[in-house]
Design a protein around this ligand. Sequence first.
Ligand code: FAD
Length: 367
Amino acid sequence: MRDVLVIGGGIVGTAIAERLARDGLSVTLAERGAIGREASWAAAGLLTPVHPWNYPESMLQLDAESLALWPALAARVRSEVGIDLEMRATGLVMPIETDEEAAEAQRRVAWKRDHGESAELLDAAAAREAEPALRDDALGALLLPDLAQVRNHRAAPGLAAAAARLGAQIQEDTAVLCLLHQGGRVCGARTTGGDVRARHTILAAGAWSGALLGEAPPAAAVTTPARGQILLLRTRPGALRHMVLGGDGAYLVPRADGRVLAGSSVEYVGFDRSVTVAGTSKVAAAVERLTPPLAAATLEATWAGLRPDTPDGLPVMGEVEPGLIAATGHFRSGIMLAPVTAEIVRDLVRGESTRDLAPFDPLRDVV
Ligand SMILES: Cc1cc2nc3c(=O)[nH]c(=O)nc-3n(C[C@H](O)[C@H](O)[C@H](O)COP(=O)(O)OP(=O)(O)OC[C@H]3O[C@@H](n4cnc5c(N)ncnc54)[C@H](O)[C@@H]3O)c2cc1C
C-alpha cells in the first residue's frame, strides 16, 4: 500500500509528487504517456493571469501565494536535477491602441497599485523606447515590470526527476483505467501496469480528469478541453524584450535564446489537438498588429494543447469522496498555480488544511 497515487504527469501531478515525496511519503505517479507532454508542454509559461482584473479575489490570493513559491521551486529543480526552468522577470507591456484602451489602462494601473504591484503608464515615445518592436502608432503602453515567465516545457520533467530522486515511483506509459474502492473509500486505481493501492489518490489528469470520475461526477469537477494554438518564432535574442499582451488577449513571450512564443486561441472542439489554418492565422495576425517587425521572423513550429476548463472556470481542489482528492481544472493558469496546488494537496493529505477552499471545492454548486 502506497501513501499516495497521483494520476497524471503534467505540471500539476509532478509538482504534487515532488512536494509529497519531499515530505517523506511513498508516492507513485501514473502517466499514460510521457511526462509533461500535454497542456504543460504546450503552454506559454506566463506566471500571471492574462487579465487578473477579471478574476475573483479567491483566485488572486492563490496566484499571489503560488508566485511567491515559484522561485524556490525553480531553484530546487535546478540544484537537484540540473534543469534550468529559466524563470525570468521579463515584464509585460500592453500596447494602447485606442482611446478606450487608454482609459482602461488607467484603471488597470490603479488596480495593480491597489494590489501592491508595480505598474506604469508609458507615453508613445517611452513605450517604443521600452519595447522597440511595438507598432509605431501605439498611443502608449501599460508596463507591468515585475511579471515573470518560465520555460514551462521543462517544468514537469524537472519536477518528476526531482520527485524520483526523493524516492517517488514515476510510471510513464501507464494509463489509469478506473478508480478502486474498498470500504466506502477510493483506495487506488487499476492501471495498464496493474493495480496500485494507495491511502490517498490524487486526480491530476488535466482535461481528462472528468472522465475518471465515473458515471455521475460532481458537476464542478467535469473538465472540458479548451484548445490553444501557439506559434514559435525564431528571432535574435533581444528582438523582443518584454512579454506583450494585446487587448484581445493575444500575447507574445520572448525566451532567452531569441525564440518567441505567440498565442493563443481558446477553442472548444473536444479532444482535438490539431493545428488549424484559422487558429494560426489569427495568432499570426495578432503578431503583425502588435509587433510588426516580428512578422518577418521565421516560423519554427506550431502546436496546440488542451487546457482543462471547468463549468465556472475555477480550478477544482479538494476531496471528491473519501480517499480521492482532485487537483485539476486549472484552465489558463496551471503553470502559474502548480506550486500552490502542491501545497494545498499536501495539507489535505496531512489533514492540516487551513485555507478557505470553498470556491474550489469539487462538490460546489455550479450553475
Ligand atoms: C496554448 C496554451 C497556453 C497556455 N499558457 C499558459 C500560461 O502562460 N500560464 C499558465 O499558467 N498556464 C498556461 N496554460 C494552461 C496550462 O498549460 C494548464 O493549466 C496546465 O498545464 C494544466 O496542467 P495539468 O498537469 O493539470 O494538465 P496536463 O499538462 O494536460 O497533464 C495531464 C496529464 O494527465 C495524463 N493523463 C490523462 N488521463 C490519464 C489517465 N487515464 N491515466 C494516466 N494519465 C493520464 C495526460 O497524459 C497528461 O500528461 C496554457 C495552456 C495552453 C494549451
